[in-house]
Ligand binder design. Structure first.
Ligand code: SF4
Length: 375
């Protein structure tokens, strides 16, 4: 297939759905986790759950980069932005993420200068054009976006830019999946593996999921037929009694990843001993920070940070949603106190957040009916 509409062809989707139904063992319930928020978005945008038999349940995982940023890190970023002559920059999704008392947008009403950029290079350009200011880029995301941050730091070093730094919040996907696997709350039959991250890390790092935990994982693309085909491939493995890592997204994901991108990350960044994830708590070796060689570009070393750990609001159940334990509509404030316009938790902010996907595509009512039928 060459064109995007071919990956959205309803007849092909129906044919795949029929093959999926044929593979399901009667009386068996299957639970698959889509790790990536982009997959959650596709599933609800295209109503894919409606194509699947009742005994297949999809749950979302911790793969939305904005959703996993804890409130304390938002507070830290605002604290940096409050310093004299600082311009803070970040991706648009971060602008409305609530900190303990305010978001970036709220903070700008109090005279901070926090701007949305499309890439870290835009932030570097801003620094070059404003020598009287110090421009900080709040870097977020998995291994997908870490290479562009690393390349920007390398460019800043070559160009000897002295008024630019990075507030590094990059996280790594494997420890998060391991935390989900070790969680006693959830029994999963397999994973729809993240597509974007895998373009960088490849498929090999997922091997332990199949070998040590006996769960199949299929790296999947982001079109409706990609996801249905991945579910078919997972069921095929379960039917055959196999647990392997397979690559449905081979048109984009190289098995061994992108070596140039991995080299850029490891040249500039190293693993932190631990990092706090919203809803998952502290996870060892799950995030990146700048190496000593690039300390002059590290906002955490240039500015003193409060670094206070902030508990999520009592009403917020993002942690359970991020672990796939709760569906968004099971959170008490979903769609009432918490909406995309008035988010209480991060999962309602980002377009990749499960709550935003449910809310924006109005799927929660159908899910309710479906869950009620299952009960
Ligand atoms: S509805 Fe809001 S508070 Fe509840 S889990 Fe979703 S984002 Fe968090």
């Amino acid at each position: 297939m060459r064109f995007v509409d071919e990956y959205r062809d309803a007849d092909r989707a129906q044919a795949l759905a029929a093959k999926i139904t044929d593979l399901c063992e009667p009386g068996r319930h299957y639970k698959f986790m889509e790790v990536c928020g982009g997959h959650t978005h596709t599933i609800y945008k295209h109503g894919l759950e409606d194509y699947l038999p009742e005994n297949i349940q999809l749950v979302h995982g911790p793969g939305c980069p904005v959703c996993v940023i804890p409130m304390g890190r938002v507070d830290d970023a605002i604290h940096i932005a409050q310093q004299p002559d600082v311009v803070m920059t970040s991706f648009g999704d971060m602008m409305r993420v609530p900190g303990s008392t305010r978001s970036f947008i709220d903070s700008n009403a109090d005279n901070t200068d926090i701007r949305m950029v499309y890439s870290p290079l835009d932030a570097l350009k801003l620094a070059k054009g404003n020598p009287g200011k110090h421009v900080v880029f709040m870097a977020i995301g998995f291994e997908t976006t870490a290479p562009s941050t690393a390349m920007t730091v390398l460019r800043a070093a070559v160009d000897e830019v002295e008024n630019f730094s990075v507030f590094d919040n990059h996280v790594t996907v494997i420890p998060a999946i391991k935390a989900v696997l070790d969680s006693p709350d959830l029994r999963l039959d397999g994973f729809i593996g993240p597509g974007h991250v895998s373009t960088v890390i490849g498929c090999r790092p997922y091997g332990f999921i199949a070998e040590d935990y006996g769960k199949p994982l299929v790296v999947a693309g982001f079109e409706p037929l990609d996801i249905l085909q991945s579910i078919y491939m997972l069921l095929r493995q379960l039917t055959d009694g196999r647990s392997e890592v397979e690559n449905q997204y081979s048109r984009v994901v190289p098995w061994d990843g992108n070596q140039a991108a991995l080299r850029a990350i490891s040249d500039v960044m190293e693993l932190r001993p631990y990092f706090e994830w919203r809803g998952l708590g502290f996870i060892s070796h799950s995030a990146l920070r700048l190496r000593d060689d690039y300390a002059r570009f590290d906002a955490e070393r240039l500015f003193e940070l409060p670094g206070v750990r902030v508990a999520d609001p009592k009403a917020c159940q993002c942690g359970e949603v991020l672990k796939g334990v709760l569906k968004p509509w099971e959170c008490k404030v979903f769609g009432t106190a918490c909406t995309p316009e008035t988010p209480i938790g991060t999962c309602m902010v980002s377009s990749e957040g499960a709550c935003a996907a449910y809310y924006n595509y109005g799927r929660f009512e159908r899910s309710r009916v479906k869950e009620a039928t299952r009960a």
